[in-house]
Design a protein around this ligand. Sequence first.
Ligand code: IMP
Ligand code: MG
Length: 176
Amino acid sequence: MEPDIQRHTRGKLLLEADAIQQAVRRIAGQIDRDYEGKDPILVCVLTGAFLFFSDLVRQLTIEHQVDFIRLSAYGYSTSPGKPAWLMGPSLSIRNRHVLVVDDILDTGETASCIETSLRMLQPQSIQFVVLLSKMSRRRRSVLCPYVGFDIDDHFVYGYGLDLEERQRSLTSIYHV
Ligand code: IMP
Ligand code: MG
């Protein structure tokens, strides 16, 4: 937690760096078991998932590829509505096993938009991997077998998640 102390004194600590890393290792272990021999493509949803994604893929022992997608910000930061695609995957996902890695599953709008669009590219399978889930806020049902933590309805930041486009580099997660 040390690098955080120099940069950040406000906010309440929700998940300490060590607990996050433990969850990352647990999820990587699950993926290793479930995707052995399947050579999945792990797709990082920018920007919020960048730290979770980079820690997660470095814990994997199975063969895999990485790719990145970006959708327009919406929800907490702008007016509600459908997120728009800003950058699609660059690898071909046709007939491949895809794991979409995101920071947080909130209402589920983003995930269901991603799922609908990626399914048109005919992957063999799609699953979601998220570090955080706010189950109480869900408006769309999204199947997500890989979840780090179920959290209450707080606005959280750090470890990739932003507070008005700042604080993403914190190693722990805080709430306002
Ligand atoms: P959803 O479409 O409502 O599920 O929202 C998902 C997106 O909203 C996430 O990928 C985040 O970018 C953002 N988001 C939702 N809750 C939070 C939060 O507590 N902190 C920071 N970003 C959040
Ligand atoms: Mg996001």
